[in-house]
Every structure is written in C-alpha cells, then in structure tokens.
Design a protein around this ligand. Structure first.
Ligand code: OGA
Ligand code: NI
Length: 352
C-alpha cells in the first residue's frame, strides 16, 4: 500500500490508508513524547468571541464591532465570524469536494504527491512526510488559489466537480479576507488604502486537511502547535478538533458552530502591528470516532513582498521589534527547519 519510488527514510503512507486498514494502534512514528500529547477534555469555562460581520455595514454598529474585533485580536489573535456573506451551499460544496478528493484511490492522489514546499500544488501527509521526525495524523492537498486563473488548471482534475466547487469557495474567501483586513487595519489605526493593492494581489494558499478517526487520539496530533505565516487564515471545519493557546499558554478547544468561519491572525499581522497583535498558536486534536475535514485559506501579501512593522506603530516606547520577512523567506525557513521545534516568528524577533 505504500508509495513506490520514493528515496527517503520515511516511506509515504497516508493516514487514510492506515484508517482503511483499521490499525488497532497508531504506529510508533505517530506517538508523541508525553509532554506534547493533547488534553482532549473540553474546557467549557471560556467563551470564544463570535463576530456578526453584517454589523460592519451599519454605521451605528460598526464601531462596536470594531472594538470586539480589536479585543479578540489583542487577547487571542482569534475569532469566529457569522453572517460573513459566504452562502451555506458554497461551504457545503467545498467540504463535499474535499471529502470526494480524499476518498479517491491512493494511486490517483499520489500523482500530486510532493515534499517540495515551493510547489504550488501538492498532496502529502503529516507536515512533510520526507523529513518529519514525528508524524502527524493528517493528509492534505495544498494549492495556490489567487488569482484563480493562474492556478486552477493545476488543481486536482478528480473528482470532476472539484475545480468548480473549491473554486467558488476560494473566490468567496478571497473577498472575505479583504473585508477582514480592512477592519483589522482600521483597529490598528493603519490606512487600508496604502496596502489595498498588495492585499488584492496577495497570495492565497488553500490547505485542505483530512484527519481520519484515530485509534489512539490521546497519543498523537493532527497538527503540532504552530502559528500561520500570513496575514489571516480563514478556516472552515466540518467538526471540532482545533485548539488554540491563550495568552497564558493554556489550550482552549474551539467549539464547532455550523456555518461559522474561524479567523486566525498570522505572523505577518503580528509583525506589521509591531507586536500589538499576536499570531495565534494552534494545534489539531483527533477523535476516535469521527473523521474531520478542514479547509484553511492562508492569505499573505505577495510572495516576495517584505513585511516589517508599520512605521506609524514605531516610536521611542515601541522600537522596531521584528526583522522584515516575505512569504518566500518563510518557505525557505521551513525547507530546512522543523517548525515543531522552533517557531518561524522567533527567528525574526529582534533581541532587546
Ligand atoms: C493549518 C491549520 C487547522 C485545522 O492548516 O495551518 O492550522 O483545523 N489547520 O485543520
Ligand atoms: Ni495553522
């Protein structure tokens, strides 16, 4: 069942394959050291912010909503959105296309297999099956998505409806990202117009993730703790599983809200805000009963654009705290570093 022709210490095995084989235990390479294993009980004492985006269009409610967004960005780097303008059928179609893709034969999916993080379309498992020391219980397909006409011909041609369904969702999320950026830059007192063109011409990478039911969910993770590199990630999930770290480093489980989308601040916003806002550290836990799908749309400014702290947010009390970086710098970093060991953003923080 394993991939052929791969020259690597780590042969390719998808977790969908392991699940189909009904392995009674997770193979050793998925077992995390005890200190890194998750706590799976839900903490019901914390409520996470939910923002009704329709209120941004009403002059009388806009400033209150911006306050809520600002509070969420400062405290957690995370909020959920409802009334976000993406119709439920578009969301359901995108998840259906993802389900059908992962149900294809391994042979068919392997035509897109790649461990090269610079490839614009690639199928894989774990973070990077070729180099991971510990493996994570995740299969994925990632593809660049904006502008869609540059990339869609490279997307999976099976299932036949994939391009249409995922494409509709991708275009809608790109519009939503722009609206969210406009609001978030306003809460920082930054001029959206200065960045509008680069936001419109920015990169959109969709990571479609599949976390099959796992026989021992207390021993392993779907993804290790990390923050996303970009401006914002808009995440669609089919069920619960995401956990995020609050500012006291406590793990919180994100409740599942049908039709809601999750917004996570990435490293580019942390850097632009000169540390006023923090990118959110998150991880994915697994379930013994249910498969979970997620579609993470990771947005960033154009691939070669270097981002540093906004000059408006730098003064004597708030000196420049980060070196500049581009999405390409991040890709180069992850080709030779394990983000499960050291966060990228820690490599660009200026020492004081
Ligand atoms: C990611 C990610 C979370 C999830 O793809 O970067 O964090 O719930 N995904 O799949
Ligand atoms: Ni992430």
């Amino acid at each position: 069942m394993e991939g052929e022709g791969e020259c690597s210490d780590n042969p390719f095995t998808s977790v969908m394959t392991l699940t189909k084989m009904r392995v009674p235990h997770v193979p050793q390479r998925y077992v995390l050291p005890p200190s890194q294993r998750p706590t799976l009980t839900l903490d019901l004492t914390t409520t996470l912010p939910i923002v009704d985006l329709s209120t941004l269009h009403h002059a009388s409610q806009r400033s209150l909503t911006l306050d809520t967004i600002q509070g969420a960005c400062k405290e957690l780097g995370f909020f959920q959105v409802v009334n976000h303008g993406i119709p439920l059928p578009v969301i359901h179609d995108a998840l259906a296309a993802a389900t059908e893709f992962f149900n294809l034969s391994l042979e068919e999916k392997m035509t897109l297999l790649s461990d090269n993080v610079h490839n614009p379309v690639r199928y894989g498992t774990s973070l990077n099956h070729a180099s991971d020391k510990v493996h994570y219980w995740r299969d994925f397909i990632k593809h660049y998505s904006h502008p869609i006409s540059d990339w869609i011909h490279l997307w999976p041609s099976n299932p036949p409806s994939y391009k249409d369904k995922m494409g509709n969702y991708a275009k809608a999320v790109q519009v939503l990202h722009k609206q969210l950026m406009e609001a978030i830059l306003e809460t920082l007192g930054l001029n959206f117009g200065n960045l509008q063109k680069e936001i419109e011409e920015g990169n959109q990478l969709m990571a479609i993730n599949c976390y099959p039911a796992c026989p021992e969910p207390d021993l392993t993770l779907g993804m290790p703790p990390h923050s996303d590199y970009g401006t914002l990630t808009v995440l669609l999930q089919s069920g619960p599983g995401l956990q995020l770290q609050d500012n006291k480093k406590k793990w919180l489980s994100v409740p599942f809200v049908e039709g809601a989308l999750l917004v996570q601040l990435g490293d580019q916003i942390e850097v632009m805000s000169n540390g006023q806002y923090k990118s959110v550290v998150h991880q994915v836990t697994l379930s013994a009963e249910n498969k979970r799908l997620s579609i993470a749309s990771l947005h960033s400014l154009p691939i070669n654009k270097k981002i540093g702290p906004a000059p408006e947010l730098v003064d004597e009390q708030h000196p420049v705290s980060y070196n500049e970086f581009s999405f390409r710098d991040f890709l180069d970093y992850i080709s030779s570093n394990d983000i499960a060991d050291k966060r990228f953003i820690d490599s660009i923080k200026k020492s004081v």
